[in-house]
Design a protein around this ligand. Sequence first.
Ligand SMILES: Nc1nc2c(c(=O)[nH]1)N[C@H]1C(S)=C(S)[C@@H](COP(=O)(O)OP(=O)(O)OC[C@H]3O[C@@H](n4cnc5c(=O)[nH]c(N)nc54)[C@H](O)[C@@H]3O)O[C@H]1N2
Ligand SMILES: Nc1nc2c(c(=O)[nH]1)N[C@H]1C(S)=C(S)[C@@H](COP(=O)(O)OP(=O)(O)OC[C@H]3O[C@@H](n4cnc5c(=O)[nH]c(N)nc54)[C@H](O)[C@@H]3O)O[C@H]1N2
Ligand code: SF4
Ligand SMILES: [Mo]
Length: 739
Amino acid sequence: MTTPQESSHYRICPLCEACCGLEVRTAGGKVTAIRGAEHDVFSRGYICPKAVALKDLHEDPDRLRTPMIKRDGRHVPASWQEAFAEIERRLRPVIDTHGRDAVALAFGNPSAHKMGLLLYSPRLAKSAGSKNVYSASTLDQMPKQLSSGLMFGSWLSIAVPDIARCDHLLILGANPMASNGSLWTVPDFRGKAKALHGRGGRIVVIDPRRTETAAIADAHHAIRPGSDALLLAAMAQVLFSEGRLRLGRLEALTQGLDAVRAAVAPFTPERVAARCGLAPEAIRTLARELAAARHPCVYGRLGTCTQRFGSVASWLVDVLNVLVGALDAPGGAMFPKAPAFASNTRGKPGIGGGITTGRHRSRVSGAPEVLGELPMTLLPEEIETPGPGQVRALITVASNPALSAPGGSRWADALAQLDCLVSVDVYLNETTRHAHVILPGRSPLEDAHYDVAFPQFSDRNHARYSAPVFEPDADHPPEWQTIMALAALLRGRPASDALALDDELTADEIRRVAGERADAVARAVRDRVGPERLLDLALRAGPYGDRFGLQPDGLNLDKLAATPGGIDLGELQPRLPDMLRTPSGHIELAPQALLDDLRAALAELDTVAPAMVIIGRRDVRSNNSWMHNLPTLAKGPERCTLLLHPADATRLQLADGAPARISGSGRTVVAPVELSNDMRPGVACLPHGWGHDRPGAQLRVAGERPGASLNDVLDENLRDPLSGNAVLSGVAVEIAPAA
Ligand SMILES: Nc1nc2c(c(=O)[nH]1)N[C@H]1C(S)=C(S)[C@@H](COP(=O)(O)OP(=O)(O)OC[C@H]3O[C@@H](n4cnc5c(=O)[nH]c(N)nc54)[C@H](O)[C@@H]3O)O[C@H]1N2
Ligand SMILES: Nc1nc2c(c(=O)[nH]1)N[C@H]1C(S)=C(S)[C@@H](COP(=O)(O)OP(=O)(O)OC[C@H]3O[C@@H](n4cnc5c(=O)[nH]c(N)nc54)[C@H](O)[C@@H]3O)O[C@H]1N2
Ligand code: SF4
Ligand SMILES: [Mo]
């Protein structure tokens, strides 16, 4: 027997927002090694332990390879044709009898990491024509998208720290040492933080827990959960009242400075100190240090979004960046310039239509639409509540709300009630066990990849593309085709129209963007189909593109595909005012909705904070709800533990390792206690995405140590009213020894 030849492949990691370049070595159709790709122009060889688990994912016997249909309460394998026939049989009557709003869509996190899903999901939503569109965005970053949209005019114009030149980084509610960054694509945060320190810079962390990131920081302030908006408003108040503004060139680009000054005036450090749990002098120092730094930058993430005043906090992060002249300045918070798909590189530079919200409202609670979506936490009530427009069918795409969204058992009850649940997914898990039909996605190693969204948040401009590592099974369609088949069904056409529909929609798009050059443009990309055709179009029309021949030196997919490891497009550059798309052509520093909600935060100051609240955490060897079935990551110590400060544990009569009963919203879970001096007293901490003990799921490894689901005890009725984002942090719970 001869040993099969080893070969090396370049693949962009699809597992988290750092988007590291990987070198995947294979032999005889198997992965033999995964390491960081040293030649990657962006990540330069960095990887974390999760990347290696791509091998486990590819080989996981529980990963679905064929469609599954539920018959007599059990999932059985089926052909693709049978699966689509079953979907048509269930979906058609729902639409015919109850109308388009009776069909809901839910898109989950991995959609953002698969080119075929991110580019085709909008087409699915459009084909459904339903108001009931939901996504993980409202469990995550919608507040930041809203505040950025209001300030800068487009939903993805999000400023990121220019860590290569920054010398004072203030981080609120983010733990990039474990998460590897979010709305900030920053592979090797640890190395970059070290370099910042090497330049004499400082990192300051605001977090109720002394996290892995706080541990490498120069200062850590254990804020009371949910009070970041108050802290940031007070810091702005200090800058105004002490005459420490230094807007520089931003002054002429900004509108609303006086309105912000007036709005933050009541938020003195003394007024907010108790609610924030920080001393007034500490708050003053935070503001003064920021103002005094040469290259300051404020960065807030998940912890600042998943709270009642998430939009206000997200806005105030950028207000501070403006007040100290850090926005759009080297070393500050800058706007990357993505080679494709960025709305802030299209249209007329410097001005635009801005964003709108509230074009429709949710039927039961009346929550406003934001970015075409309704709050994920409201989906169960839309399924449960009878009446015209009641949701009776649901298509989930890479979404596991049964574990990811607050509401616990309410999700299972609602999902079980649907006339039609279709899941495009790779596992039979806590959500898809309710599906009438599951349509499996391919292994990421069988797909080509380009990061559609993340170059818009990257700490350096770049373009990278990776080809499939393995030849896919010819009978297993790529996910974009599955999505187009569903889109065809939603349009009343046969699923077999998927490819024709793709051609039609792409031709429409070409006509729309290319106008009179449409024929030439269509000819230029005619050898490609699907997402690669859309990618080539976007790259060539983009800011570095070859403009279909007008700029022969420019970028196109052929050139990119011929350059594994990618093309470096340089350090971040100032982009104001050109990148603005606000109707005024200015930075809107004082959007009315945010001013109004900041006023509402004043009332918050006089409420009594609950005695015990719970927050979440992320672990390097885990990812949301779906990577617990991969043996490489699942081994090692128990990860789903309840962190408690020893003083709280003593008071609650809980010893290290003892099972604790955690109750909230009328629901209860049990998790083992882990004593931790890193916790702020009065705050407990449990990771989310666990609870793999639901009957009917097929997750053999995860089921061995299922853990408890944090979202079982979080209150699905709590959200940031402006963005619709769920409150996942600082929620009141009761903790007691489990009997
Ligand atoms: N309490 C609490 N809850 C949270 C959070 C928190 O911090 N605290 N974080 C929130 C955040 S930030 C997010 S983003 C959400 C994430 O929540 P979700 O959007 O639900 O995402 P995941 O939990 O990652 O589940 C991903 C689903 O996609 C499937 N999947 C994996 N890979 C693929 C693929 O290649 N193709 C397809 N079609 N499916 C695939 C998995 O099997 C799984 O069903 O959770 C949120 N929930
Ligand atoms: N290893 C790993 N990496 C991941 C993921 C994962 O599950 N595991 N998930 C990915 C996803 S989907 C996302 S969105 C990103 C998120 O990436 P990050 O934004 O870095 O999110 P977290 O690591 O959850 O860090 C949030 C921090 O906010 C703190 N916090 C909680 N409440 C408050 C508060 O009220 N105020 C302040 N100031 N802080 C608070 C928490 O203690 C926590 O340390 O991570 C991504 N990367
Ligand atoms: S940090 Fe994220 S992108 Fe990089 S290797 Fe780990 S999981 Fe993959
Ligand atoms: Mo997320």
